[in-house]
Ligand binder design. Structure first.
Ligand SMILES: C[S@@+](CC[C@H](N)C(=O)[O-])C[C@H]1O[C@@H](n2cnc3c(N)ncnc32)[C@H](O)[C@@H]1O
Length: 230
């Protein structure tokens, strides 16, 4: 039987199963199988927080899907990511629509883009049908628990990986003034403009727009990846 194969990268949120989004939960329920990362070489889920979240959701929401392990040893090696995408290719062959789950939000230091970058090169047609579902980050939850804003008024947020070297930066520009000329904003990586996300006028433009038309405008200067970096 020919299945529709699709891969959905599902962000689970920071740990509390109730912090999953409705969209992510729906994707899990609509899937044919769920890939859960494990750092254990025996592929067990004994130490897997993602497994606990998925099991807890299945129990509380009353659904059941096959769960398969995706071995993610965190060694930052090409062969490990290749093995992970091959596990996902195999699962799609067997099941059809497959979710791969990660903690927090997939845009923040997650395995997701190591895998998607490979899939884009190896299986461009499959890549086009892949969805990424965002989630609550660990620091959004930390801010809520501390009852302290990450940024408000005249302040800004920095996310700093604790590494012993300089790394390229992604900058998110928000709260522009309508009519503002954004030519003056420097572009160091790859700028994308997002207007009215989730609303009827949603528009995503590669590069900078000339003038800000809507208050609900975000510009993201995405970091440029070092082509030699793994
Ligand atoms: C590989 S990053 C993943 C970040 C995740 N995608 C997010 O959106 O928060 C892992 C780091 O995020 C932070 N982190 C993630 N989940 C956390 C949690 N439940 N409690 C505290 N820190 C957490 C820790 O700094 C940890 O070293």
């Amino acid at each position: 039987m020919a299945y529709t194969q699709q891969l959905i990268m599902v962000s689970l949120g920071p740990g509390d199963p109730e912090l999953i989004t409705l969209k992510a939960l729906k994707a899990l329920k609509d899937s044919d199988a769920i890939g859960v990362p494990t750092k254990s070489s025996d592929r067990s889920f004994d130490r897997s927080l993602t497994y606990r979240i998925v099991r807890s959701l299945m129990e509380s929401e009353g659904f059941e899907r096959p769960i398969f392990p995706v071995y993610t040893p965190m060694r930052f090696r090409e062969e490990d990511w290749q093995a992970q995408v091959e596990t996902l290719y195999g699962a799609m062959e067997e099941h059809g629509r497959v979710c791969f789950v990660t903690l927090g939000d997939s845009g923040i230091y997650s395995t997701v883009y190591y895998l998607l970058d490979r899939i884009a090169k190896q299986r461009p047609e499959l890549y086009e049908t892949c969805d990424v579902i965002p989630g609550v980050t660990s620091f959004s939850q930390a801010s809520a628990l501390a009852k302290r804003p990450l940024c408000v008024g005249e302040s800004q947020l920095r996310i700093v990986p604790l590494l012993d070297k300089e790394v390229p930066t992604t900058t998110v520009y928000m709260r522009p003034k309508i009519g503002m000329d954004i030519d003056a904003i420097p572009e160091e990586g790859a700028m994308v403009t997002f207007e009215d996300l989730g609303f009827s006028g949603e528009k995503i433009t590669k590069g900078k727009i000339q003038t800000v038309r809507r208050y609900m405008t975000l510009l993201i200067d995405f970091f440029k990846k070092d082509p030699h970096a793994v």
